[in-house]
Design a protein around this ligand. Structure first.
Ligand SMILES: C[S@@+](CC[C@H](N)C(=O)[O-])C[C@H]1O[C@@H](n2cnc3c(N)ncnc32)[C@H](O)[C@@H]1O
Length: 228
């Protein structure tokens, strides 16, 4: 029997013990607020075996809310991984919606297919595209998508976010996972390339008049932006 808490970062859980900081305890509580079922937990375990980090449960729950709130019939995910985020998205999407998910690792996508089969996801609800997002995204249609999740290699985020803004319909939502990069983005002393690139993505979206942005502290940071 697994629990979501097993997959939360150990340092967060240890500092959240009764005498720990309230904010950390509240974060851990939030992550476990919507528990994951056995299908999600098995997908998460496969992700862990493949060394491919999945969105944390709090982010998964937000993604499901966003998919349902936007009545998302057409969703793009950059970074399939083992299918954890995809399962959350699919559970919020209408049954006649389709998730297009892109990853260069065929082995990860095989694990995602296993997860989708375990969750009895009809084959037509997913379009699983192997390849580099930089090659695949330009082939997708302008303004045709309700929701885009970016959860892949952070150095590619500027390019993927740029493409996502082209793909989204007005009112569509962009979600960028890992936007706080294990707290590095919030630390002005961190100026390494990876941190700078991810911090810059947030700054760019904050200053982009085409979107309304928000940063959620869920998981490793979930940057949201609604396309005007
Ligand atoms: C964080 S995992 C995705 C997790 C998934 N969204 C989830 O939450 O279940 C990142 C994925 O991006 C893929 N990836 C990393 N670099 C990539 C690249 N340059 N092009 C395409 N995919 C890449 C990896 O293969 C991995 O499966």
């Amino acid at each position: 029997m697994y629990t979501s808490a097993q997959f939360l970062p150990e340092e967060a859980i240890s500092t959240a013990e009764p005498s720990g900081h309230g904010k950390v305890a509240a974060w851990v509580y939030s992550e476990a607020f919507v528990p994951e079922d056995e299908v999600l937990l098995r997908a998460r375990e496969r992700a862990s075996e493949l060394g491919c980090p999945a969105v944390l449960p709090g982010v998964g729950a937000v993604l499901r809310v966003l998919a349902a709130a936007t009545n998302a019939h057409a969703v793009v995910e950059v970074g399939t991984g083992a299918g954890v985020a995809a399962l959350w998205l699919l559970r919020g999407m209408p049954l006649d919606g389709q998730l297009t998910t892109i990853d260069r690792e065929v082995e990860h996508q095989r694990a995602a297919r296993t997860a989708f089969a375990e969750d009895r996801v009809a084959p037509q609800r997913t379009r699983i595209i192997p390849g580099r997002p930089g090659d695949v995204l330009p082939r997708l249609a302008d303004g045709a998508y309700d929701l885009v999740l970016v959860a892949s290699d952070p150095l590619g985020y500027p390019e993927y976010v740029n493409e996502a803004l082209r793909l989204l319909r007005p009112g569509g939502v962009l979600a960028v996972d890992g936007a706080l990069l294990r707290d590095r983005v919030a630390d002005p002393a961190r100026r390494d390339e990876l941190t700078t690139v991810v911090r810059e993505v947030g700054r760019t979206l904050r200053n982009d008049e085409r979107v309304l942005p928000a940063m959620l502290p869920s998981g490793d940071g979930l940057l949201l932006a609604v396309r005007r």
